[in-house]
Write a protein that binds this ligand. Structure first.
Ligand code: ATP
Length: 306
């Protein structure tokens, strides 16, 4: 079990993650994020949603201190971003493409890397470090794989190992860059169940995803991004059809099923399927009904491309 937030100043327990007016310009002069601001409280899961190249990974890198800020600041659990990173409070689960899977390292060694910040400079693991690694692997159901080479695992298993590394680190803020890409539905469900548990324990999670259908299912908050923050807040307020169309523009696939394709009577209701090519976001109701039922479908069949 992870430690409670007892080591934090009691005045700061409510504060989660605040990005205030942050701008990131890469060395080639490209500004990937401009004046982006949002805030999320503790005990929440926030979806980070935007098209390819909209700056999601750049935002994660700026929160991790991997790229410098041209403007603005980051505050984490009431302290500066730099202080929170120094105190090992922020854990990062990278995109699969960012990891060199040919590097010969065992699963348990990857998870032990999460403990480095808790060890002395000789990096000799203590009994507690070994216990934390074992607990973390058990929590993601990967304990049986701990002596396996990381490169030999499936995509979903690798994701779970990196999630275990974040747990072993005891990060209070966990940044997950596309944790569901290349993952089957069972693993996705396991990961979302774990994220829900971590939310109950008060963690702050920011999850980038193209899996639009899963956002209303488990993310209580949403940040919409396209080189800046377009909107942020509670998912029920922000994750609307109109906002998604604004965020994705023409990139999104958009199907509408209605009339005789859906009903054998004169029912006027229709199903709107919005997809970024992973699991779609489905809106059911009258044509202009913003308060429609929302859910997921695995595969839109016989859909008319709109
Ligand atoms: N190291 C870099 N140097 C210069 N430009 C970069 C660098 N990394 C990313 N970019 C550019 O910044 C923009 C944002 O990229 P980023 O990787 O943050 O997008 P993303 O939203 O994570 O995309 P995806 O959904 O494809 O993962 C893109 O135009 C990208 O080409």
């Amino acid at each position: 079990m992870l430690k409670p937030f007892s080591d934090l100043n009691p005045d700061n327990r409510e504060l989660g993650l605040v990005a205030d007016n942050i701008t990131v310009t890469y060395r080639n002069g490209h500004t990937a994020l401009r004046q982006a601001s949002f805030s999320i409280p503790q005990g929440s899961i926030t979806a980070l949603v935007g098209v390819n190249g909209s700056g999601k990974s750049t935002l994660f890198k700026s929160l991790m201190g991997f790229v410098p800020l041209a403007t603005g600041s980051v505050s984490i659990l009431g302290m500066s971003g730099a202080e929170a990173l120094k105190r090992n409070l922020v854990a990062y689960v990278p995109q699969a493409e960012e990891v060199d899977w040919n590097f010969p390292v065992l699963v348990e060694d990857v998870v032990m890397m999460g403990r480095y910040g808790h060890m002395g400079w000789l990096r000799i693991p203590s009994r507690k470090d070994h216990e934390m690694v074992q607990d973390a692997l058990e929590r993601v159901n990967m304990a049986d794989y701990r002596k396996r080479q990381i490169g030999e695992l499936s995509g979903g298993q690798k994701k779970r190992v990196f999630l275990a590394r974040a747990l072993a680190q005891e990060g209070k803020v966990i940044l997950l860059d596309e944790p569901f890409t290349g993952v089957d539905v069972k693993t996705e469900d396991q990961i979302t169940a774990l994220l829900r548990e971590l939310r109950e324990e008060g963690h702050v999670m920011l999850v980038s995803t193209h899996n639009l259908g899963s956002v209303p299912e488990f993310c209580d908050r949403t940040v919409l991004i396209n080189r800046t923050v377009l909107d942020s807040g509670l998912t029920k307020d922000v994750f609307t059809q109109a906002n998604l169309e604004k965020t994705f523009g023409g990139v999104l696939r958009h199907f509408i099923l209605g009339g005789s394709e859906l009903h054998d009577d004169d029912d006027s209701r229709q199903v709107t399927v919005i997809t970024d090519d992973e699991r779609p976001f489905v809106v059911y109701g009258e044509a202009d009904d913003g308060a429609s039922e929302k859910g997921k479908v695995d595969k839109p069949q016989e859909a008319r491309y709109d």
